[in-house]
Design a protein around this ligand. Structure first.
Ligand code: FNR
Length: 382
């Protein structure tokens, strides 16, 4: 059914209508660069250091090839699944992407509407341009991503607000307790947060506001400084995890897991899931491609926790490969951010529908009726 977007596009072509922009997610960056300001474009496209890990994430996919099977009756397919109690129309979620107002004035609201129309869950970032309650009004299924603030009262307050606003799972990002060295942003001296953008969740938070001498509306500079001190600069340890469990009733996933032992530790600590991810290559230049460590992590902990994956997913084949290598679902990052920059809500919808259609067709044409039937056997090392 996701594949029907293909027919829709061709049929519209009969009346002279073309898609709003390319259906090839590997060309979205070039399309977006033509319409975006250099600062926001660099912020999305950029990676840490030399960009080695951004490239490695993509190269890792090219090292696997699908070996399609024939005569399997794969015309009837069911891509739906459930992850930690959340029903998904296909094993795809939208990754947390902060500061979306630098991409489009409607930012996270447009993304939430596009995802809701398709039933695809969004993982809402702590670093959003709109407060999580406002995003929730436009959203369908939703999880909350936590950048773990240094102030425990603010942390508890954020978690309470997210639970009350209907976010059902917590994704705790571990790899960004401070920003990586990002030359594209540094060369333009561009960091949206210092311009009081992407700080809406904190600025709207009663516990955050309680620590300020003047409200953020009256003294934005002081509020930004408090934000910086609270959301960057201090790493947590495994000993801190029970604090989150105490203050969050739903499932908890740890995002940014890359080492097998960390995945084991997450499972031992009673976490419900891990997101194998290197933050799209934005944090540690030279870090291993996320796809490369996925099989060993899935094999080791896949029976105890849900293993999700992101970093480098662009095509339907990429999703099939990640699922075959043990992911339960994948998160999509930059492509939908470019879609938002190119055409707002409609742009996000186009990017997500294109990925789901490509996934549906690739799965079927490879001879598989359901993502649940995928295993490493469907792949071969290139
Ligand atoms: C991100 N990512 C991210 N992750 C997170 O946990 N919280 C956040 O606020 C953000 N913000 C953010 C902004 C931008 C512009 C990008 C590109 C990425 C990381 C994101 O969730 C995901 O891990 C990567 O984007 C996945 O890699 P791809 O799909 O972009 O290659």
């Amino acid at each position: 059914m996701h594949a029907s977007y293909q027919n829709e596009i061709y049929l519209r072509g009969l009346s002279g209508e073309a898609p709003p922009f390319t259906t090839d997610a590997t060309r979205l960056d070039a399309a977006a660069e033509r319409v975006m300001e250099p600062g926001p474009f660099g912020y999305v496209a950029g990676g840490a250091g030399s960009g080695d890990t951004v490239r490695a994430n993509r190269e890792a996919f090219a090292r696997w090839r699908l070996v399609p099977r024939m005569l399997t009756g794969a015309t009837e397919r069911d891509l739906s699944t459930t992850v930690l109690g959340t029903p998904l129309p296909a094993p795809v979620l939208l990754a947390p992407v902060g500061v979306q107002s630098i991409l489009h004035p409607d930012g996270e609201l447009a993304t939430a509407r596009a995802a809701a129309a398709l039933g695809v869950p969004v993982v809402q970032s702590t670093a959003a341009s709109f407060p999580l309650e406002q995003v929730a009004e436009h959203a369908g299924p939703r999880w909350f991503q936590l950048y773990w603030p240094n102030d425990p009262d603010v942390c508890v307050s954020l978690l309470d607000r997210a639970a009350r606003a209907g976010y059902t799972a917590l994704v705790v990002t571990l790899d960004t307790w401070t920003l990586g060295w990002r030359p594209r942003d540094l060369d333009l001296a561009y960091l949206p947060f210092l311009r009081a953008t992407g700080v809406a969740n904190a600025f709207a938070d009663p516990a955050f506001r309680a620590g300020l001498a003047a409200s953020p509306e009256d003294d934005s500079e002081a509020a930004v400084l408090r934000w910086v001190g609270m959301f960057t600069g201090s790493d947590k340890t495994w000993d801190n995890l029970p604090f989150l469990r105490e203050h969050w009733d739903g499932p908890i996933l740890l995002k940014g897991v890359q080492h097998l032992d960390d995945a084991r530790r997450a499972a031992d600590a009673g976490m419900d899931g891990v997101v194998v991810s290197n933050h799209g290559g934005r944090q540690v230049d030279g870090a291993v491609a996320a796809l490369e460590v996925l099989p060993e992590i899935a094999a080791a902990v896949g029976d105890r926790v849900q293993v999700l994956f992101d970093s480098g997913v662009r095509t339907g084949a990429d999703v099939v490969k990640a699922l075959a290598l043990g992911a339960r679902a994948v998160l999509l990052g930059r492509p939908y951010a470019y879609g938002l920059a190119l055409a707002g809500e409609r742009g996000v919808r186009h990017v997500v529908r294109s990925l789901l259609a490509d996934l549906d067709l690739t799965l079927g044409l490879s001879g598989h009726r359901s993502p649940a039937l995928l295993s490493p056997d469907v792949l071969r090392r290139a």
